[in-house]
Every structure is written in structure tokens, then in C-alpha cells.
Write a protein that binds this ligand. Structure first.
Ligand SMILES: Cc1cc2nc3c(=O)[nH]c(=O)nc-3n(C[C@H](O)[C@H](O)[C@H](O)COP(=O)(O)OP(=O)(O)OC[C@H]3O[C@@H](n4cnc5c(N)ncnc54)[C@H](O)[C@@H]3O)c2cc1C
Length: 408
């Protein structure tokens, strides 16, 4: 342990507690919680109506601005770009403290901060970094990820949205789909095909699209959770300045890999990104209130979920440390993604078993039907950020050294 680093983390903690005490109420350690209740009742899968989402976004943006202005919004970011120049350990120390207070979760910032900022920091021009990075962390600029298309999901490199050079601009035309948060986003990180004749991974360029530009049309998609968190995005001759390019022309795949590596970790929500109790803590509460906490089978399932959660967190820590040290995303992110999807499934299954019919019928009983949205959202965790099957192929080839999957 580095005693100097320890001292500076301790000093940050003192400063952070003073800030949080002044701006938020502490969350009582023994406060009961359920889905949909209190400011920490928001989750990855709880999206609500569009009006409810907009109200949540407004609250999250307001809190993000207060936090950023106090110096806690981008703790490990470079000072010259508006960060605080400290380490990931400092950022984590703050995040742990923030979780003990009643503050908005900040889900609307997740894509910008965890998926768009890292490739922007690595591949964007200095001017673009200065223009966008502080806003992503302060909540002034919300981002989405314009990757998947109707004909390009798992095989993302087959994408066909076209980018054609026009002087100092690109003219972008095509369709994206399943774009989370496009309906509230200000910018979209888009993969576009700029050289149809190049091998498919090398003809792709990454551009940061202004989501308010003429030619951008966003249509929300209703999900089985009842929410509408993702969208179809139609791009019709959208003009994007070349200065909004991330990486070389034809080099967009590198930026895409940086994003996907980060997405596989950020998608593991409840593993330290969000304030408030994660799904596991809520599950324990559910069992205490509506199940039988002395039942050996239930206890065994809880212990199993908890063990997986710990292992996933450690793998995630190893992977993110490597990313921050400048290494490309490794296959451990696929393991994290797989485990995280499995953990959500296990939590949903046990919650459904405890609740029985109360998970599908609103009986007005406290803390029961609120789980329905989580249970319905869990299958999506197996798909978003790359499906389970695709992650297994990555692990098979890159960890186990199995022969490469045959081409189509
Ligand atoms: C909640 C959620 C949020 C999302 N957010 C975004 C977003 O913000 N931006 C964005 O761009 N996209 C987003 N997506 C899209 C997501 O990345 C794609 O759904 C995913 O990559 C799979 O693509 P697909 O839906 O086209 O399925 P397909 O690729 O058509 O796959 C269909 C099935 O075939 C299987 N399969 C495909 N290829 C193989 C193979 N080689 N070997 C074995 N099995 C295979 C898949 O595993 C899957 O079960 C989101 C999806 C979800 C569910």
C-alpha cells in the first residue's frame, strides 16, 4: 500500500463527506427498500413512461452539475480537460461514499461517461475533447451509441450506414436500432461505412453525431418492461464535421472495441457504478419480507448469487485497471458480461419464486409487483453489449484457445 496515496484518498473522503452532507440526506443503513421506491429505487431496467424518464433525467442532470462543480464529477480525468487528475481509487472512494446518500442514480450519464468518453479520450482531437468531455461528466451533454443496425448486431462490422465525404464534412445516411437513450441524447457515437470496398472491419469510421442536427429522427421502441428506453434512429443526409471524427478514416473499429470493452463492464450495473443498493441487496430484503429466510434452499441460492457477485466485481476491477493502464479491452470483460447477465437471471428467478403470482398481478401489496419490470428486463441483459453466445465465442477463442469459429 502506498501511504501517500492512502493519505490523499483519506483527504478526499473528508472533503466528499462535507460536500455530500451539505447537499444530500444520508440513507439510513437499515432503511428497507424495494423496486420503485425512493430515489434509489431506479435501476437499469426501470424506465417508466417517457414523461417519467424526462423527469428522472432532469433530476440526474441537476445532481451531476452540482457534483461536477464541486470537483467530484470526473475525479480521475485530466486536469486540462476539466477532470481532477486523481486516480481510479479516488473515484471509487467517492462512489462508495455517494452510495450512502439519497442522490439520483445518474443512469442517463452512463453511456456518455463509460462508453463514449473513453474512446473520445483516446481517439478524439484535443478540440473535440475540450468541447465534449466536461459536458459528458457534468451532465450537460448526454450521449448514445449508434452502433447496431437492423442487419448488423452480433456481426457489427456488417453495418451499412454510409458516410460520404463532402469537403470538410461527412454526409451520413442509414438506420440504427436498439439505441439506448437516443431520445434524450445530445450526441451519438456512430459507426459508419466510409469505404465500401475495404475489408469490412477496415472500411468503418467513427463519428460523433449531433443528435439535434437536421436529418436525425428518433423513434422510441416500446419494450416488454412497459418502458421505452431504446429507439430506432433514422439518419438522412446528416452533416457531420470531419473534426468530429474519432480516430483515422477507416479506423473506427478501434474506437468501437474501446467502447464495447467498457460497455461490458458498465452493463454490469449494480457492480459499483450506481448509488443505492443493487439488485442483490433488494433481493435479500424481499426474502426477509415476503419469503422464508430460514429456508436452506433459499439461503443456498442467495449465497450462490452473492459469491458470483464478488467474483464478478474482482474480475471487473482487474479488467478496468488494465483498461486505464492503456491496454485494449481483454476477454475478461466478456466474462464479466456473461456473469452479470447470469446474476441478473438468478436474481429474477429467485424473486419470482418468492413472489409467485404477485410478480405478475398488482395486488397493491408493498414491495411485490414493483419487481415485474426488473424480471421482464432481465432477458435484455443477455443481448445488450453483445449476446451471451458472442461472449462465449470470445472466451472460447481468446481464453481457452479453441479453434476460431468457422465463417458463414
Ligand atoms: C437492453 C439493450 C440495449 C441496447 N442498447 C444498444 C445501444 O445503445 N446501441 C446499440 O448500438 N445497440 C444496442 N443494443 C443492441 C445490441 O447490441 C444487439 O441486440 C446485440 O448486439 C445483438 O444483435 P441483434 O439483436 O441484431 O441479434 P443477432 O445478431 O441477429 O443475433 C440473434 C441471435 O443469434 C445469436 N448469434 C448471432 N451470431 C452468432 C454467432 N456467431 N454464434 C452464435 N450465436 C450467434 C445471438 O447470440 C442471438 O441469440 C441493445 C440491446 C439491448 C437488448
Amino acid at each position: 500500500m502506498d501511504p501517500v496515496a492512502d493519505d490523499s484518498i483519506a483527504a478526499l473522503r473528508v472533503e466528499a463527506i462535507a460536500f455530500l452532507d451539505a447537499h444530500a440526506s444520508p440513507r439510513p443503513a437499515d432503511a428497507p427498500f424495494v423496486w420503485g421506491e425512493g430515489s434509489d429505487g431506479v435501476s437499469l431496467f426501470e424506465e417508466g413512461s417517457l414523461d417519467e424518464q424526462r423527469a428522472t433525467v432532469a433530476r440526474e442532470k441537476e445532481w451531476a452539475a452540482v457534483r461536477y462543480d464541486a470537483g467530484f464529477g470526473w475525479i480521475d480525468g485530466p486536469v486540462e480537460l476539466g477532470g481532477r487528475g486523481l486516480t481510479r481509487a479516488h473515484r471509487q472512494a467517492y462512489a462508495e461514499l455517494e452510495r450512502r446518500y439519497e442522490v439520483p442514480m445518474g443512469a442517463c450519464l452512463t453511456i456518455g461517461v463509460w462508453m463514449v468518453a473513453p474512446p473520445l479520450l483516446r481517439y478524439g482531437s484535443e478540440a473535440l475533447q475540450r468541447a465534449v468531455l466536461p459536458g459528458l461528466h457534468r451532465g450537460d451533454i448526454l450521449a448514445c451509441q449508434l452502433f447496431s443496425e437492423p442487419g448488423a448486431g452480433s456481426d457489427l462490422a456488417s453495418l451499412t450506414t454510409a458516410g460520404v465525404r463532402d469537403g470538410g464534412d461527412w454526409i451520413v445516411t442509414g438506420q440504427k436500432v436498439w439505441t439506448s437513450n437516443a431520445h434524450v441524447a445530445d450526441v451519438g457515437m456512430a459507426l459508419v461505412r466510409t469505404d465500401p470496398d475495404a475489408p469490412k472491419h477496415r472500411g468503418i469510421t467513427c463519428l460523433l453525431v449531433d443528435m439535434h442536427a437536421p436529418g436525425v429522427e428518433v423513434r422510441p421502441i416500446r419494450q416488454m418492461t412497459g418502458g421505452a428506453g431504446f429507439n430506432e434512429v433514422f439518419l438522412t443526409e446528416v452533416r457531420v464535421p470531419d473534426s468530429h471524427r474519432l480516430g483515422d478514416v477507416g479506423g473506427g473499429w478501434g474506437a468501437a472495441l474501446t467502447t464495447l470493452g467498457n460497455e461490458r463492464t458498465a452493463g454490469s450495473s449494480g457492480l459499483g457504478l450506481a448509488p443505492g443498493p443493487g439488485p442483490f441487496a433488494r433481493l435479500v430484503e424481499l426474502v426477509r419480507r415476503h419469503g422464508d429466510p430460514t429456508d436452506p434452499h433459499t439461503r443456498q441460492r442467495l449465497a450462490e448469487i452473492w459469491s458470483h457477485e464478488r467474483i464478478t466485481t474482482w474480475t471487473l476491477d482487474r479488467g478496468t485497471a488494465a483498461l486505464r493502464a492503456g491496454q485494449p479491452p481483454g476477454p475478461e470483460m466478456s466474462i464479466v458480461k456473461l456473469r452479470s447477465a447470469r446474476r441478473h437471471r438468478a436474481i429474477a428467478d429467485l424473486a419470482s419464486a418468492v413472489l409467485g403470482p404477485r410478480v405478475v398481478a398488482d395486488t397493491d401489496e408493498w414491495g411485490t409487483f414493483a419487481w415485474a419490470q426488473y424480471v421482464c428486463g432481465v432477458p435484455g441483459a443477455r443481448l445488450g453489449g453483445g449476446t451471451d453466445e458472442v461472449q462465449r465465442t470470445i472466451v472460447g477463442e481468446r481464453v481457452l484457445g479453441l479453434p476460431k469459429e468457422p465463417g458463414p
